[in-house]
Design a protein around this ligand. Structure first.
Ligand code: ADP
Length: 401
């Protein structure tokens, strides 16, 4: 059986096609349609042929819409033989960013689910419409094939209200849905399961702090396998320092800037979501570039690293306090998987909390699974490459089984 995973964003559609046999998930093809609706649109595709050889190609195309994008992807999948026909497709799994309070688990899509995702658009105005486009087009192109929505927010629906409520008047929660939801749930869940296997314990017995550090970044406190707190809030702006998002900030900065500099809401949105974080502090959002600048003596880049790691250490400490007992701290995402220096700084001087890195092991682990704590560290420190597409694929299969 084949399972297609679609991650439909505002100007791109990433996809992965899995060939599933028993517990074996082989990637038959993967790629993306990019720059949808813009000049220079293209469909990139890598696929593995019957002789296990990997091929890739990139086709320039005019892609005016998500509909055209998915049609191009399907045509390319069929041309290369990665997908014989629609009858091979067991299901299509869709990443959906915001499920609000309505969705706690991956959900088979029907008209009611589509209406509920649509109602969530005000909470995720950039993401949910694009995710919905993907669902609507796939429904049309693959009639009769089950579509499953996998929500970034679902894993965090186990948070207690003491963690998810903001200390603002209750009617804003009850009537306007203002609360913390959390994101990256698929990734936190995936690495938590992998960590449990590494610790040789059922996930339901594990207390973990998972750190997803990519362009977007979030920390999650997991008690007995369930999310009990996470750093992102009503939107993915809250929490850690990110590539271009500020993370935690005093909300009074907003009205100060509006009053004193005449900024309006759109300016503030752009400032805090796209001009802040690493970009705001030192002008670049790629962590590798931040390191290069810092090594060359750029003080702003050094400060950016310092602010990032200070915030990370604060969250680790806070989540030790939330959880009491911690079995492991887990690093993932492009930075968490590859950046030994950020991991070292994030865990520096946390021995009092039972967290002690092995510098040698830490330096060795790049882009692969590994244990980077000392043998006598009370808390294990693990690196686990995330795989959100695989997790969406697996959850899709579970939802239709
Ligand atoms: P996204 O959130 O877009 O999925 P990723 O998880 O791919 O992002 O992470 C992107 C971040 O990972 C970038 O800041 C990039 O610089 C960083 N990164 C990737 N490889 C390395 C590396 N070898 N060392 C340090 N940072 C890295």
């Amino acid at each position: 059986m084949k399972i297609l995973v679609l991650n439909s964003g505002s100007s791109s559609i990433k996809f992965r096609l899995f060939a599933v046999a028993e517990d074996d998930w082989r990637v038959a093809a993967s790629g993306a349609a990019t720059r949808i609706g813009e000049d220079g649109a293209a469909v990139r595709l890598s696929w593995t042929d019957a002789a296990s050889e990997v091929h890739s190609r990139e086709d320039a195309a005019t892609i005016a819409s998500h509909h055209a994008g998915i049609e191009h992807i399907v045509t390319a999948l069929r041309h290369t033989g990665a997908l014989g026909g629609i009858a091979e497709l067991g299901a299509v799994g869709h990443r959906v960013v915001h499920g609000g309070e309505a969705f706690h688990t991956p959900t088979l899509v029907d008209d009611d689910v589509i209406a509920a995702i649509r109602r969530m658009i005000p909470l995720a105005p950039l993401h949910n419409p694009a995710n919905l486009d993907g669902i609507m087009v796939a429904r049309e192109l693959f009639p009769g094939v089950p579509q499953v929505a996998v929500f970034d927010t679902a894993f965090h629906q186990t948070m207690p209200r003491t963690a998810y409520r903001y200390a603002i008047p209750g009617y804003l929660y009850r009537e306007h849905h203002v609360r913390r939801y959390g994101f990256h749930g698929t990734s936190h869940h995936y690495v938590a399961k992998a960590a449990a296997r590494m610790l040789d314990k059922p996930l339901s017995h594990c207390n973990l702090i998972t750190l997803h550090l990519g362009n977007g970044a979030s920390a999650t406190a997991i008690r007995e396998g369930a999310s009990v707190d996470t750093s992102m809030g009503m939107t993915p702006l809250e929490g850690l320092v990110m590539g271009s998002r500020c993370g935690d900030i005093d909300p009074a900065v907003h009205f100060y800037l509006c009053r004193h500099l005449g900024f309006d809401n759109d300016t503030m949105d752009d400032l805090l979501n796209r001009q802040s974080g690493l970009v705001g502090l030192c002008g670049v959002n790629d962590m590798r570039e931040v390191h290069r600048l810092a090594e060359a003596g750029d003080e702003d880049a050094e400060l950016a690293l310092g602010v990032t790691c200070h915030r990370l250490r604060k969250y680790i400490g806070a989540y030790v306090a939330v959880l009491g007992r911690v079995d492991a701290v887990v690093f993932t995402g492009g930075i968490g998987e590859n950046d030994a220096e950020i991991r070292r700084c994030a865990c520096a001087e946390l021995e009092q909390l039972g967290i002690a890195l092995d510098p040698h092991a830490n330096a060795q682990v790049q882009g692969r699974v590994g244990t980077i704590s000392c043998a006598d560290s009370r808390v294990a420190v693990l690196v686990v490459p995330t795989d959100e597409e695989l997790e969406i694929g697996r959850e899709t299969l579970e939802a239709i089984s």
